[in-house]
Structures are given as C-alpha cells and as structure tokens.
Design a protein around this ligand. Structure first.
Ligand code: ATP
Ligand code: MG
Length: 294
C-alpha cells in the first residue's frame, strides 16, 4: 500500500461532519494480515523522513510543526520516539507541555506555544500543545478558574472563541512558512485500561503512572466530546487533524510516519543552488587542496 493512500481515511477533510465514533481505534486497514508489509513500509518512511529533513534544513524556507494529542497512555511518547529515530537531532526539537507555570498562566493561552515554535528549516514536535486549553481545561473547570481571566470573558462562548483563535494562530503560522500536522492518537477505553495495568505491573513503567490519569479516565466521555468538538472546529486545510487508530502501536506509528512524509513531500524541497562563480571558486580550492598548496 502507498503511504499517501494509507493516511487518506484518517485525515479529517470534512470536519463539520466529523464524528469520533466513526473512527475505530483498532483499525489497521487489513495490514495486520501482512505484518511484513507494514514493517517495510515503516522502515521506508523513516528513512525517507530522515532524507526529507536534511533537505528541509538545507532549503531553509519552511518549518514543520507536528502536534500530538491523546488520552493518557495513548502512545504519544513512543510514536515520537520511533518515527523520529532517523532524524538529525540538530534539526528537530521536541517539547512536552505540562501543567502551566505561574508565569505561563499570567499570559494568554497561546503564549507558551508561541515561544516553542520550530525555526525555519526545523521540525518541531509538540507532545501535548495549546490544544490542552480546549481539552483538559474544558473538562476540568478548576483549571480555567486558575487562569484568572476576567469573569465576563469565561462564559460558555469561550471555547468557540478559543477554536477561532487557534485557527487564526495556525493560519498565521502557515502563511509564514510553517507546515502544521496534527495527530490525535485515538485509543479505546479498554486499551487504556490494559496499558494502565501494564504500567502498574512493570517497574520500568510504573513511574509513568499518575493519580491524575485515573481521575481523567473517569471523565472519559467528557474528553471524547471535547476531542470531537475540537476536531470539528480546528481541522483546516492548512493544519489538518489526523485521527490515528492507536490501539495498535505499530499501526499508529505507520500512519504518523506516512503523514509526516506526505507533508514534507508536498514541499518542493531542494538543496540551495551554488552560483557559477562559487562553483569556480570551489574548483580552485579543490585543486589547491589536492596539490598541497593550502
Ligand atoms: P505520560 O504519557 O508520560 O503520562 P504526559 O504527557 O501525560 O506523559 P504528564 O506529566 O503525565 O505527561 O502530564 C502532563 C499533564 O499536564 C497532563 O495531565 C496535561 O493534561 C496537563 N497539561 C498540559 N497542558 C496543560 C494546560 N494548558 N493546562 C492545564 N493542564 C495542562
Ligand atoms: Mg500522564
């Protein structure tokens, strides 16, 4: 299967009609029958991504921002780790957004994201992002209270306004040369339970478990509503959401890698041209080096 074909069903092109329930977290597009094909697709995409990143860096016109959002144990960390294995760390930055600091809370909700954006030629990865501001902050009212906004600005319409502001922010970035790709790794509630139990049993994973995760699990349905509303309002042609079936980690990685390759492939990346004069100068230097005249 071609990578572009693989990702098609997961890119949300018609967000108005988007329903989370239409997206099966266990979907593998029949590829589980042929694990070998899946493996070689991933290996090829990882290699391709590394090459494309080198070009992105040298070309120095575009930046790429990949955003990851998921419920706890959704596999964000491991997807990022696997997909970016071949990429040169000098051209890539990952930032994990945690609960905001006092300084961050004193600023507008997009401020901290704006300070972590990838520079031209780089790939930036947001492990969680400004989207937490319409997810956890929407589901857990006390977090909005902590933001100490003027009360008249926190009425019900705040979520719609945040969606509008996010769309405007991302459009602004797109117009300035940042390619944005957003991934919601979608796991089922059953799969989350399985992974939580695994975390609790395995001493190497136990540290990852937090009591907050259990509290969030209790609010599962409200999170799903928040995700659905978020995707409906913020999936745009310049910054599309991919709803990635993530019950099978190998499949989630495959889709993420393919979507990143696709995004970079659409750019007409090339190594900067060397002028005739520079080329002649280089020839001269080469001859001098070879002749030991340096
Ligand atoms: P892991 O998969 O290892 O658990 P994680 O991304 O869940 O990684 P944690 O340190 O466990 O990392 O959790 C970060 C927490 O910070 C999450 O509960 C998230 O909802 C919260 N958070 C992130 N951004 C915001 C925000 N803007 N406002 C409030 N809480 C936030
Ligand atoms: Mg966590």
């Amino acid at each position: 299967m071609k990578s572009a074909k693989l990702i098609e069903p997961f890119r949300i092109d018609k967000p108005q009609r988007f329903r989370l329930a239409d997206h099966d977290p266990a979907d593998t597009r029949g590829l589980d029958i042929d694990k070998q094909e899946a493996k070689s697709m991933l290996a090829q995409d990882i290699e391709r991504l590394a090459k494309l990143q080198e070009m992105l860096y040298a070309h120095h016109r575009w930046a790429v921002l990949a955003i990851f959002q998921a419920m706890d144990a959704g596999g964000k960390d491991s997807a990022i780790e696997h997909v970016m294995t071949g990429v040169n760390p000098q051209g890539c930055e990952v930032h994990a957004f945690k609960a905001p600091s006092a300084e961050e809370l004193d600023h507008d909700f997009l401020w901290r994201a704006a300070t972590r954006l990838p520079r031209r030629g780089h790939i930036g990865i947001f492990n969680r992002s400004h989207y937490e501001e319409v997810l956890v902050v929407r589901v857990r009212h006390e977090l909005l209270v902590r933001e100490e906004l003027p009360p008249e600005l926190t009425r019900n319409r705040i979520w719609k306004q945040r969606f509008e502001d996010i769309v405007a922010f991302e459009r602004h970035l797109a117009r300035n040369g940042t390619i944005i790709v957003k991934f919601h790794l979608r796991i089922s509630k059953e799969e989350q339970k399985r992974r939580f139990l695994q975390r609790l049993e395995d001493p190497a994973k136990r540290w990852k478990f937090s009591m907050d995760d259990v509290a969030d699990r209790k609010l599962w349905d409200r999170y799903m509503d928040a995700y659905e509303d978020m995707i409906r309002h913020t999936s745009t042609p310049e910054a599309p959401w991919y709803v990635v079936p993530a019950d099978n980690k190998w499949f989630a990685r495959l889709v993420v890698a393919a979507a990143l390759v696709d995004a970079l492939d659409r750019l007409d990346l090339r190594f900067p041209k060397v002028s005739r004069a520079q080329l002649e100068e280089m020839q001269r230097i080469r001859k001098a080096l070879e002749a030991g005249r340096d």
